[in-house]
Structures are given as C-alpha cells and as structure tokens.
Design a protein around this ligand. Structure first.
Ligand code: HEM
Length: 492
C-alpha cells in the first residue's frame, strides 16, 4: 500500500515537473528581426560588430534577439532592461564570451575584462574597488592627474596641431604613473611601446580568432594544417603580451627594493605583501588599466575639444565659471569640483555625447525568465549603451552637445548610470576616469581658447561625426588652440 502511494506521488511529482519545464521552456525568445535561411541574422550581427549604432533602436521592443550560427545575441535597448538583467540578476549575467585565440592562446583570459566570472574575477574587482574605486584611496593620485593635465596643456600649446597625438600620449602617461609609478620619458619609450603593441594585439587577435573561436579544435592541430597558420602569430603575440604584463611589474619591484618607488596601484599593493597567486592577479589588473583607458580617455579629451570648437557659447560660459571660482593665480584642482557645476555638466555631456564603447558583452550562465520571455543559458547579453544615451525620448535633440540638460529643474538622466555599464562587470575605472576628465577639462578651460581652424582664410565647420567600428572613435579634426591670459601659470 505504502509502496503504491509512493509510486503514485513520484509519478505525480514527475508529471508536474514536466509541465513546469514545458511551460518554462515554451516561453518565447525576445522578438527580433527576421533572419535569412541558414545564416539567420548573421548580417545584422556583422553590422552590430562594425557599426553597432547603425542598427540599434531599429525595433520598437527594448529587448531584441538576433540569431546566427547557433548563438543568441540579446540586445538590451533600455536602461531599465539593462539594469533588470545585468544589475538585479548579476550573479547569472556577469560572465564574458570565451575567446580561444585572444584569450587562451595569447593570454588575455587573465586580464580583468576577459576573465570568466568567478573567484579570480572577484579578486581583480576587489583590488580595483579598494585602490581606485573609493575616493579615500583615489585622492592619492589627484596630484599626479593635476600635474599631467598641466603638462598636457603645455605640450599642446607648443604644438597645437598635434591634438590627437597629445591626447593619446597624456592618457598613457597618466595611467602609467597611476598603475606602476612609471614616468613615460619620450616618444618611443620602451614601456609605452610594449603596452601599445600588447593592446593592439587584443584587437587583431579577436578579429583573426573568429575561426578558432568557432572551431576550438583548431588550436590542437599543427601549424601546417590548413587554417592553423595563426599558431605562428600566437607565440609571438603571447610573448609581447607577457612582456607588457611582467616588465613594468618588475620595474616596480626594483624601485621598491631601492626604496625609490612612486606611490602607485602596484606599489601600494605589493607593499601589503601578496601571495604569488595574488601577485599574478595584480600584474594583470595593472595591465588592464591600460587597456581600459587607452581608447576611452583620449577619445573623451578629443570630444571635449570638438565640442568646444562646435559650441563656443558653452566654452565661454564654462570659462566664466572657472575664472570666478579659481581666480587667475592658480590652476583648478579636484578640490574645486563641487563648486563648478557647469564644468561638471560638460563632463557628463561628454560621457553621453561621445560613447566610445557603444556596446558591451556579457554571457548568461542560467536560463532567465524575463517579462514573459526566455533568455536561455549561454546567450550573449549586449547592453546597447549608445542607443540608451542617444534615445531622443530620453535626451532631447541627442546630437546636440548641451550641458544644460543636466542642470536646473527638469534634468535628463545622468549618463554615468549607463556609459560605464551595469552590474558586476561595470567599469571599475569609472571614478578614476571621471576625475581625470574633470581635471583635464577644467585645466584646459582655464588656460586655453579653442576655436574653429582657419584654412586659406576660411573657417572649418565641424559636425557631429564619428568613425565606424566596435569602438566609436572621434574622426580626426582640426581646431585652433591658443593660450588664455593664464598661460604664465604653465611655466615652471
Ligand atoms: C570615460 C572613460 C571610460 C569609459 C566610458 C569606460 C566604459 C567601460 C565599459 C562600458 C565597460 C564594460 C562594462 C560591462 O561589460 O558591462 C568597461 C569595462 C572596464 N573598464 Fe572602463 N571605461 C572608461 C575608463 C576606464 C579606465 C580609466 C580604466 C582604468 C582603470 C577602466 C578599466 C576597465 C576595466 C578593468 C573593465 C573591465 C571590467 C570587468 O570586466 O570586470 N576603464 N569600461
């Protein structure tokens, strides 16, 4: 009798389980554009990789599915959806796509941004949070940022036509001092060259690694096998990346041994005493700071110069604010930040107007049931940062550079809640990036005038234009840079 009851209960339980699974699994995927036979939405995925902003917001749903080659790409087209999935469900939406060539073979899978979600990633984040994520520890680096901003405007005034080069160089210099306490000496500096080459490899490897990512078995086949020529490059690339990670780290160890180390992210952590495993984590986290900053920071500075050229009235208003608070006998510092709301609004508008990383990539590690849709385990979750920050329903006249949108009574949403991403993969360099942006912008406003470039007696008019690509870089442009009366403060 008891056995009979037990059998019935088991059968009933099993039937209930099947029904629940069926209902759960039968939820549809979020909607998406129709695909082609065999290739599905492969062409849309290609557009997504080449010029994400071209196809974004094309559908009325804030969550869209593209399907290609057996993979699902779920595009998150609103802040709410991104927050619901990446922030509120972060334990199961914080993984990264797996890269065989760039990741495993070249070694980038040890860098924060590429790590699979888990204990090692959590340790990386802890280092960032403790040392550049909170104001108390970040203040140590303010004097460095202020000194580098001053050096930047000096160099720019000597050679104003090289704006692009100066923006790249100053971002690299500033971050090297913060990460390793190393001062880049000159063009072609060994450390800087190593870092540039290693950073370049991550893009080349992800472009050429497509086939190996699709067919990981290729990594085990010999170099002479058709399609396996990548092995030759891989060994060379791995050495370049290893050097860029290890050599600056060894430099800090030497400086510490001599008692001569400039305070830096690396030196401060090494002084605490680390296990070999944690030291390895530190090396990659420090290296990752360069990758995090290398395209974003120069692009933010260029956007500032472009905006000042296009909107002279914004520049005038900001200069008046800086002059009234800072006076004319010193340069701005981080201490002035709270007293300069208009300058802060310019920085926020740069972050909204100039979205360098239009899209980021997470992977779900469990099935997710959201708003009646099923997002299966292993889907790519792609928050559409560019669209969120350019949606005309949120930001009126989005192509216009308008700091006023963040001031007064009816403020538009703060772009910092989207431009740095959401959840456990959100940018750990956000506070540092914001501080750098503020100091560079305030220092430039205090010391320079930016205006339209004049060629053959004709003023060059700039418009809102960016280059296509996975990173949305500002198109090269010319502007006129001249000193303000505070130019004498730059001496010495
Ligand atoms: C204005 C400049 C910057 C912007 C707009 C920016 C934006 C972003 C975005 C959108 C992500 C991806 C978030 C996600 O996947 O959800 C990211 C990741 C990251 N950023 Fe930044 N970033 C900036 C500057 C920096 C700087 C200066 C650093 C240096 C510390 C940095 C370090 C990183 C790292 C390490 C990651 C990977 C985080 C992880 O995977 O856990 N970023 N950033």
């Amino acid at each position: 009798m008891v056995a009979h009851l037990l059998t019935n209960a088991c059968l009933l339980g099993w039937a209930l389980y099947l029904v629940v699974r069926l209902v759960w699994k039968s939820s549809p995927l979020p909607p998406g554009p129709p695909g082609w036979p065999l290739i599905g939405n492969l062409l849309d995925v290609r557009t997504l990789a080449d010029a994400p902003y071209k196809m974004l917001g094309a559908m009325s749903s804030p969550i869209i599915t593209l399907r290609a080659l057996g993979a699902r790409y779920i595009i998150l087209d609103s802040s709410k959806v991104a927050e619901d999935l990446l922030e509120k469900q972060s334990p199961i939406t914080s993984n990264r796509p797996h890269f065989t060539l760039g990741g495993e073979l070249v070694g980038y899978n040890k860098a924060t941004g590429f790590l699979q979600y888990g204990d090692t990633h959590r340790k990386h984040r802890k280092l960032f949070n403790q040392h550049i994520g909170i104001k108390r520890s970040l203040v140590v680096f303010y004097p460095t940022v202020e000194a580098e901003a001053k050096q930047f405007v000096c160099n720019l005034l000597k050679n104003p036509d090289d704006l692009n080069v100066h923006c790249r160089r100053t971002a690299a210099r500033c971050v090297f001092r913060i990460s390793h306490g190393y001062s880049v000496k000159h063009d072609g500096d060994l450390f800087q060259e190593m870092s540039n080459r290693a950073l370049h490899i991550v893009f080349t490897a992800s472009a050429t690694g497509f086939l190996v990512d699709l067919l990981p078995i290729l990594q085990y086949l010999p170099e002479w096998f058709p399609g396996c020529g990548f092995h030759k490059d891989t060994k060379r690339w791995r050495k370049i990346v290893d050097d860029a990670v290890n050599i600056p780290h060894e430099f800090v160890l030497e400086q510490l041994a001599k008692g001569d180390a400039e305070p830096s992210f690396t030196s401060r952590l090494l002084q605490q005493g680390l296990t070999p495993e944690d030291e390895e984590i530190l090396k990659w986290a420090s290296f990752m700071m360069h990758l995090g900053a290398s395209d974003t920071m120069p692009s933010m500075l260029l956007a500032f110069f472009r905006a000042m050229t296009m909107y002279p009235e914004v520049q005038k208003k900001a200069q008046a604010e800086v002059d009234s608070i800072v006076g004319d006998d010193r340069l701005p510092t981080m201490e002035d930040r709270d007293a300069l709301p208009y300058v802060n609004a310019i920085c926020m508008e740069i972050l909204r107007w100039n979205v360098v990383l239009p899209i980021s990539g997470h992977v779900s590690t469990k099935d997710i049931h959201y708003e009646g849709y099923l997002i299966p385990k292993g889907s790519f979750l792609l928050p559409n940062i560019w669209f969120i920050l350019s949606n005309p329903e949120t930001y009126q006249d989005p192509e216009r550079f308008d700091p006023e949108r963040f001031l007064g009574e009816h403020q538009q949403p703060d772009p910092r809640e989207a431009c740095f991403g959401w959840g456990r993969r959100a940018c750990p360099g956000a506070r540092l990036a914001e501080s750098m942006l503020f100091i560079y912008v305030a220092t430039a406003l205090a010391t320079l005038n930016v205006s339209r470039y004049v060629e053959n007696g004709v003023e060059c008019v700039l418009t809102y234009e960016f280059e296509e690509g996975l990173l949305r870089r500002i198109k090269p442009f010319k502007c006129r840079i001249t000193p303000r009366s505070k130019g004498d403060l730059l001496e010495g």
